[in-house]
Design a protein around this ligand. Sequence first.
Ligand code: PEP
Ligand code: MG
Length: 555
Amino acid sequence: MKGIGVSPGISIGKAYVLRQRKEVASGVVLTDESAVLQEIGRYGEAVKLSVKEVQELFEKVVKEERDILEVQLELLQDPQLETDVRTRISSDKMTARDAVLMVIGLAVQVFEQMEDEYLKARAADVRDAGNRIVRNLSDGTGRNLSGSAGSLISNSGEGLIIIAEDLSPSETIGMDRSKVVGFATQSGGKTSHVAIVARLRGLPAVVGCGGELDGIVDGDRVVLDGNQGLVLVNPDASIVDEYRKKREIFIQEVRRLETLKDQPAVTTDGVKIELLANIATAEDMEQALAFGAEGVGLFRTELLFMERDSFPTEDEQVEYYKTILLQAGNRIVTIRTLDIGGDKPLPYLELPEEDNPFLGYRAIRICLDRKDIFLTQLKAILRASVFGKCRIMLPMISGVREVQQARAILEEAKEELFRSGIAFDTSIKMGIMIEVPSAAVIADLLAKEVDFFSIGTNDLCQYVLAADRMNKQIKDLYDPYHPAVLRLIRFVIEQGHLQGIPVGMCGELAGDPQATSLLLGMGLTEFSMNAPAIPTIKDILIQSSEAAARKNFQL
Ligand code: PEP
Ligand code: MG
């Protein structure tokens, strides 16, 4: 059966099926005040126990997994959750268990309805925290690797492949590393926790397999192919053999790619290509360095703004940017200014209801309108600039005037710092993303106004083809290889180079191995991508000739 391969690799093992417990509210109504007080007390105890459980798990895991657990701890101790649950108990006379189910259920719904894939996946965190409290209010039994898991392993000598509808963050983290060799789930996407943890542990995972997984029972032999997103159940011995060989080849390939880490990406005819990473957090930066990134081509700052309930102050922003710059050492870090609106709401910034949010009030448009927000961010970037090598990048630019307005505000930010005697990089570069078709078409004019271009193919593609990048129904229309998109990319690279400014690409196309030769042939010299893609792209580049790629390139 087919799903989405979210963590590469191949595993062969025994199925261990974790069934979802359906938690249903009892509907019991509390009749007197003493019962209310008792339920409030039980709730408090269950939260305490839940916090203790997560803290115990904390000691046993690596840093990135701890970050996920930290979110759990925050949610468990969230004062709003406590207030809402207590209100349900005291005013609506619900039992503690029913109250938690109700409050968590509503919160999960809110997250699930969000368009942004990352935020949507956070519904699992909330559900996880809620289930833990509910379990501690009930009989205390959870889904775990029980005794039968041990016997499955000792009988076969093979590791376990966990089969589940979905896995909560703490369930995934709590899995015994010595026993589990892979994960297959019915739901989930690229940013679900099972995907994140599997990638961290180097285990294959296939998610979004749908109801077909229901047919698997404990002990079935399963071949999991995280590269192709395949789950094979009780395949013939010959197929198992074939996958054993594939697994061996994959492992060898991973080792070979690892040896390229410190090698520069130079084509066979001597053209040096910059391979950069797209990041959002300090953890991403660590990963970028581990995969041999030569810098950061896109630092998405919006995450810092999205994971809070008020705007970060200038000082808080300085700290955030400084941390990344110090990690990067003398590598370039391209800090993108706030790219919110559209699919990325801020809980504390009231945005008007819009018929077409993707064509609406977002990114640089908000920043130019709300100068206070923009000026604070620019000052923070400037202050942080003394701790490393950074440049500023503006998202969603559609014309020359926006660049000029943004530059004027940048000058104002510099002026303010200068007057206050605060140090900053006075020659900091300012570039723009080319992700709106109008900007691509006037790349010749824009190139005179800025220090660099970075092509954002994710948005460029959706706007050029009038095909929403999130809409699965039209996913075939969303085609970055459409000649209209490719022509614009070629034009932007050409015009940038004619004006003598560097041109990079930070949309997903830059990390797509099928596009590497094409982009090399168009003259692209800066590729920025999710860090794990870097070794594969480097491998292609060092075996390619730029001259040959240019010759092959016809449009
Ligand atoms: C893009 O649009 O290509 C891009 C890199 O930006 P984001 O995916 O953050 O919109
Ligand atoms: Mg974009």
